[in-house]
Design a protein around this ligand. Structure first.
Ligand code: TEU
Length: 569
């Protein structure tokens, strides 16, 4: 990428709003667009350039809006199209851009397209989805008669039997989220038209949900292939048939031409891509290929997974460094990284990668933020991360709301797992950890709603909230503000080369960033052990401190969870 004309998003920071949990303006206990409008000053004060808004479209809410029944409207739960227009205008007036969530691997089963497809085998829209007869020689509905053995992301088979026609339809996620058939050009054109409609309305880009799953490996006769069996299960892993399938680059290039080509470069496209490799990511983000600006990769959020996300393993810092280091190197010459710890699908970063005990919560949250924002790539901050929100102390199954968590519980317990053990895994890994309401102040429900919140408010909200941190220069919030400003002001942060240092150290994460004659050294201690800095990095103690997360009193010692950004002479 030429350093003289870097795209605007190389110095941008994106903030994700999960509207249902951000701010409720009408007292129904569910966050909404009115709430986002009320809290825009918080985002402006933080200094973010872009807001990615999770889905607000009409939806039965089986997966909190990732099951869309109308792509071109707003669910009354969240507000109206007029309010969305108002939000676009208000954001643009503050110099911020709005990126919408694009969920087109699947629709809701309540979408009129699916209703029509389901109505008859002869429906002109039948082929907009994946319909298949039972496995050869087997009767519909018999266990094992599913057209393939693939396991759904949300437990069970990916196939749901439609009794009326005796055929199954494919759903990689919940049965209420049928997969669209991207092989059908009418599907693709309908999606592109919808995207153009949103851009014409003023939105500034899309975060594309599981976009590397839209191309399935289908034989000429329509055959889909079984995957390798999963240990201890009758189901198999179908991912080789739908992750970065045969036509994925073709589809994204077509989308780029049909939707984005000829428009100003002001738009941002980021593809969410579970399982994507760095080699594939380089192709997806090579500007010369016209696909997407950047992708969300999943490697670092899988390092504590065993056979599944519920089989939790301790995370080793070396593995994290090796992974990030490979991504930094792999996209150094061509392509671009997105950087994240948190989103609405992940447990809270301070609880997972940091240390959320009272003594270290603030320090580890600011340390993790420093680490992330000083990498090369576009940082994404998830709502609440900027104040160090932590996992929720879930005590009972009744406190969970997420379809993935609830489905897993049913499936695991019926397979004979110890319910207490299943609950432990949910407590650590459930997506609901990220979905508790943003903690604004010390009024009831942390200022999120005057009604009954749809999911519990974290009981730590009295101490951990936006109001308590706003004017405190030592807060997690103030530290985020400084990091965001640094990327905007410092070319080295935005564009400098990345070199990993101390790759085998168990506790310390260090690297340099260089551009022209300038160099930054970043040193982060991800542990409770103090280190003598000179013994690790002799050049560090004498270097000028640009930004640190602890009081600047002993340059020779790297304290527990200390982070320093230093300018090398
Ligand atoms: O998530 C895609 C995905 O594969 C995972 O992150 C998934 O959410 C799960 O945690 C796997 O264990 C996207 C959305 O971000 C997510 O909220 C949706 O539920 C999903 O797609 C379906 O639209």
């Amino acid at each position: 990428m030429a350093a003289d004309q870097p795209p605007w998003w190389t110095r941008a920071v994106v903030y994700q709003v999960y509207p249902r949990s951000f701010m409720d303006s009408d007292g129904d206990g569910i966050g909404d667009l009115g709430g986002v409008l009320l809290r825009l000053d918080h985002l402006a004060d933080l200094g973010v350039d872009v807001v990615w808004l999770s889905p607000v479209y009409p939806s039965p809410q089986a997966d909190n809006g990732y099951d869309i029944s109308d792509y071109q409207d707003i669910d009354p739960l969240f507000g109206s199209l007029e309010q969305l227009d108002e939000l676009i205008t208000a954001m643009h007036a503050r110099g911020m851009r709005l990126v919408m969530d694009l969920v087109v691997n699947h629709t809701s089963d309540q979408h009129p397209w699916f209703a029509e497809a389901r109505s008859s085998k002869d429906s002109p829209k039948r082929d907009w989805y994946w319909w298949r007869p039972p496995r050869a020689g087997m009767a519909a509905g018999v266990p094992g008669a599913e057209p393939t053995n693939w396991q759904s992301f949300f437990s069970g088979s990916v196939w749901e039997l439609d009794e009326a026609s005796g055929e199954y339809y494919l759903h990689l996620f919940d049965r209420r989220q049928p997969d669209l058939n991207w092989e059908n050009p009418h599907v693709r054109q309908a999606v592109y038209a919808m995207m153009r409609w949103w851009l014409d309305r003023g939105v500034d880009g899309f975060r594309m949900d599981v976009i590397n799953m839209i191309s399935k490996d289908v034989g000429e006769d329509g055959h889909l292939h079984d995957g390798p069996p999963l240990p201890g299960s009758a189901l198999g892993d179908g991912s080789a048939s739908y992750l970065c399938g045969p036509r994925i680059h073709e589809f994204l290039q077509e989308m780029h031409l049909e939707v984005f080509a000829g428009r100003p470069d002001a738009v941002l496209t980021v593809g969410e891509m579970p399982g994507v490799t760095v080699e594939q990511a380089r192709l997806f983000t090579d500007p010369g290929r016209g696909e997407v600006d950047m992708v969300f990769q999943f490697e670092h959020v899988g390092l504590d997974h065993g056979t599944s996300k519920w089989d939790i393993h301790p995370l080793r810092l070396r593995d994290l460094k090796a992974s990030f280091g490979r991504w930094q190197a792999g996209l150094a010459e061509t392509g671009w990284n997105s950087l994240y710890w948190d989103n609405h699908d992940q447990p809270r970063a301070v609880s997972r990668f940091g240390d959320d005990s009272p003594a270290y919560r603030r320090d580890s949250a600011t340390c993790l933020a420093t680490l992330l924002h000083l990498h090369r790539g576009t940082p994404y901050v998830y709502q609440g991360e900027e104040i160090g929100m932590a996992n929720f102390p879930f005590a009972a199954l009744e406190e969970f709301r997420d379809v993935e968590s609830l489905n897993h519980h049913v499936q695991a317990v019926s397979a004979g797992d110890d319910p207490a053990h299943v609950l432990d895994a949910l407590r650590t890994m459930s997506r609901d950890n990220a979905r508790t309401p943003v903690q604004w102040d010390t009024t009831p429900n942390a200022g999120f709603t005057t009604g009954t919140p749809w999911i519990g408010v974290n009981p730590d909200c009295g101490e951990w909230n936006v109001a308590a941190q706003r004017d405190d220069e030592t807060s997690v919030l103030a530290h985020h503000r400084r990091l965001i400003a640094l990327r905007r002001d410092d070319d080295v942060v935005a564009l400098g080369d990345f070199t990993m240092l101390l790759p085998d150290h168990d506790d310390v994460y260090a690297f340099t960033r260089r551009l022209g004659g300038e160099a930054l050294l970043v040193v982060c201690n991800l542990s409770r052990t103090a280190y003598r800095l000179a013994e690790l990095l002799p050049e560090a103690p004498a270097a000028e401190l640009v930004l640190g997360n602890l009081p600047d009193d002993d340059p020779a010692e790297l304290r527990p969870w200390e982070a320093r950004v230093l300018r090398l002479p």
